[in-house]
Write a protein that binds this ligand. Structure first.
Ligand SMILES: C[S@@+](CC[C@H](N)C(=O)[O-])C[C@H]1O[C@@H](n2cnc3c(N)ncnc32)[C@H](O)[C@@H]1O
Length: 249
């Protein structure tokens, strides 16, 4: 696999395993984030999105107003606000929305915060683009305790609803940046849903990351950050065509 230069390099924990917390801080440009219990901290998929956006500034070049759907700690919303975008951050979880609000204030950033189920509370024409690191594990039987809602989207039902509502919300030039992982989730199912709901993959950035657990210290996952546009625009197949490779090992 061809890796571009400029990868964030190696950081390791005491055990020798790559340390995602240390590595992601390299992408945060000094953003200070605090994450309360029950809210997912910036994680591998967040890192993959930030790496993709850093590598592909053209994805959001014409975007002024963006909504972060499922903002969690606010890592993506704050990163985008710091780049001068007009950002709405929303989450179905009140604790997450409060965490994003606190993190935006902590960094002196203006982000509009909403507690909302997907984008249903937004009027058409409010934003030019949507970014979402929605849960992409489609196995609804998996229990991650308090973080289950942050990690599991059974059969990608929330993704489907989001893609349906995004047809109403965004105009014909509207863009969606969507996190996915064909190794954690079901890439074929997600691709089918994207096509069925009238969206096309315009570009992608694939990122291999080590995602070690005590049981699987060498586990690797492929994260695909997708750029979607309404069908009719030219599209690319995925997940082959590795655009970006960020190595933590
Ligand atoms: C994987 S976390 C991502 C958090 C953050 N964006 C990041 O990149 O670290 C997914 C987030 O989506 C939120 N979420 C799940 N279902 C949602 C829904 N139907 N509407 C809005 N937010 C939702 C969860 O509460 C959680 O904070």
């Amino acid at each position: 696999m061809a890796c571009r230069s400029g990868s964030p390099g190696t950081t390791r924990s005491k055990s020798g395993a790559p340390n995602v917390r240390t590595t992601i801080s390299r992408f945060l440009d000094g953003l200070a984030l605090e994450v309360p219990e029950g809210v997912l901290p910036p994680w591998y998929s967040s890192l993959a999105i930030l790496a993709a956006l850093s590598e592909h500034p053209e994805w959001l070049a014409h975007v002024r107003r963006v909504v972060d759907v499922g903002c969690g700690s606010g890592v993506l919303a704050c990163w985008l606000a710091r780049r001068g975008l007009n950002v709405i951050a929303l989450d179905i979880d009140t604790t997450a929305a409060i965490a994003t609000s606190a993190n935006a204030s902590r960094n002196g950033l203006r982000v509009k915060i909403l507690v909302c189920n997907l984008t249903y509370c937004l009027a058409a024409g409010t934003v030019d683009a949507l970014i979402s690191n929605l849960p992409f594990d489609p196995d609804g039987s998996r229990n991650h305790g308090r973080l289950t809602r942050a990690l599991v989207d059974a059969e990608y039902r929330s993704h489907r609803r989001l893609l349906v509502d995004a047809q109403r919300l965004l105009d014909n030039d509207g863009r969606i940046v969507l996190a996915s992982s064909p190794t954690i989730g079901d890439g074929d199912l997600l691709r089918t849903i994207i096509a069925e709901e009238g969206w096309a993959v315009l570009d992608l950035a694939s990122t291999w990351l080590n995602a070690p657990t005590p049981k699987h210290p060498d586990k690797r996952h492929l994260y695909c950050t997708l750029l979607l546009g309404k069908q009719g625009a030219s599209s690319r197949n995925w997940p082959h065509g590795y655009v970006l490779c960020v190595g933590l090992d």
